[in-house]
Design a protein around this ligand. Structure first.
Ligand code: PMP
Length: 404
């Protein structure tokens, strides 16, 4: 057989999909599994969005669109992204529509670093695993910056100062953050911007896909700070805000890079689905009550799961400022039941208690001194949250007795 490239063999993945396969296999065997694995809203897309898609189909919107997206959506997304970010001067021609926000992670790395040139990309750890895998696949140098529980899972700007070198080309920020639900406060962002001003060669990729799911404070983007707009790639999309993950619509803005991203799209998927683009236009410009209801529901469930997890002996859980994830610390619980780490805990929790979660190692190398964590996506029913956490408490109690 001919060889498969080293790059393809070493390509990383989202372990959420790997765990999901484990969960599905158990479910097929008839096991009763409560899952907190999937990072997507547990709602259908709003009715008006569904109708817009049907209108697009019936109206013959079947062909390719320009690679950057239909003009109507670029204009609407520009206005929307600006409105969410203190009225930034985003023009329609600065916006590129893609098949989700995810492809822009690769396009940003491809457009700001050269293969094998030693160009460094700083990215959050723990973090969305695609950052690291795309940095590696595209021949750049991954430089993880650690998030700290004591800072509610923000990184320490002083650490950024230490990590930036003349060969740093890109800094990836993600707020609200997957997997911890943490947010970067305006003060953190100001400190980060102050450091970046001393390093004009560094681009910023602001992954703001959870911008509308910000609970702690009004959403604020680093692009709003002096000198940051031109060098920041703002990434947002329809997936999380309007429960449209499978529709595949993301939008990214940057005045200099928009034409470059457009060319990448011409070289890859040609354009995002035209039907989904018309639907996303309706999502952005139509009534926002469904999006508001979903957000309120996530906030309620955040409060529920944080309260319940903090009631489990051996578990502590910070109150995250956004997204739909919690990142409880299970260091004590691991000790109590005599397991080596969060991954062994996760596997036993799945097999013995029927509760599916992800472990910290699915989001990067465990941060030294930060202990053991799990990720729960609380985009699950209240009943699932109550039963899932009760099962976890029972699992810990039973095995604590055994270990003693
Ligand atoms: N960034 C982060 C941090 C995410 O969690 C996700 C989705 N899980 C994405 C980007 C990609 O979203 P999309 O569906 O728009 O591709």
């Amino acid at each position: 057989m001919p060889d498969i490239s080293r790059r393809a063999r070493n390509l990383g993945t989202e372990n959420a999909f790997v765990v999901l396969a484990e969960v599905n296999a158990l479910a097929r065997q008839g096991k009763d599994i409560i899952s907190f694995c999937i990072g997507q809203p547990d709602f259908p897309a709003p009715e008006n969005v569904q109708e817009a898609a049907i209108r697009a189909i019936k109206g013959g919107k079947h062909g390719y669109t320009p690679s950057a997206g239909i003009d109507e959506l670029r204009a609407a997304a520009a206005k929307y992204m600006a409105g969410m970010r203190g009225g930034l001067p985003i023009r329609p021609e600065d916006v590129v529509v893609g098949a989700g926000a995810k492809p822009f992670i690769a396009y940003a790395i491809l457009s700001t670093t050269d293969y094998g040139a030693g160009d460094e990309v700083i990215y959050p750890n723990p973090g969305f695993p695609i950052y690291e895998s795309q940095i590696l696949a595209n021949g750049a140098q991954p430089v993880p910056i650690h998030l700290h529980e004591a800072r509610d899972f923000a990184f320490d700007p002083a650490e950024l100062e230490r990590l930036i070198t003349p060969t740093t080309k890109l800094l990836i920020l993600n707020t609200p953050h997957n997997p911890t639900g943490g947010t970067l406060s305006r003060r953190d962002l100001e400190a980060i911007a102050a450091i970046l001003r001393k390093h004009p060669q560094v681009w910023v990729y602001a992954d703001e896909i959870y911008s509308r799911l910000s609970y702690a404070a009004e959403f604020f983007s680093i692009a709003q700070l002096p000198g940051m707009y031109e060098r920041t790639i703002i990434s947002d999309g329809a997936s999380k805000t309007w429960a449209m993950t499978g529709w595949r619509i993301g939008f990214t803005s940057n005045p200099a890079l928009a034409p470059v991203f457009t060319r990448w799209i011409t070289n890859t998927e040609s354009c995002a689905s035209q039907i989904s683009q018309w639907a996303a236009l309706e999502a952005i410009t139509g009534p926002q009550d469904a999006a508001a209801r979903m957000r309120a529901s996530f906030l309620e469930r955040r409060d529920l799961i944080v309260g319940l997890l903090n009631g489990v002996p051996g578990v502590t859980c910070r109150n995250p400022g956004g997204a739909f994830y919690v990142w409880p610390n299970v260091t004590e619980a691991c000790k109590q039941i005599g397991v080596a780490d969060s991954e062994e805990f996760r596997k036993r929790l799945l097999n013995e208690a029927g509760v599916a979660v992800l472990a910290d190692i699915h989001f990067g190398t465990r941060v030294p001194g930060e202990g053991q964590h799990l990720r729960f996506s609380y985009a699950a029913s209240k009943q699932a949250i109550e039963q899932g956490v009760a099962r976890m408490a029972e699992f810990i109690a039973k095995n604590t007795r055994k270990a003693a």
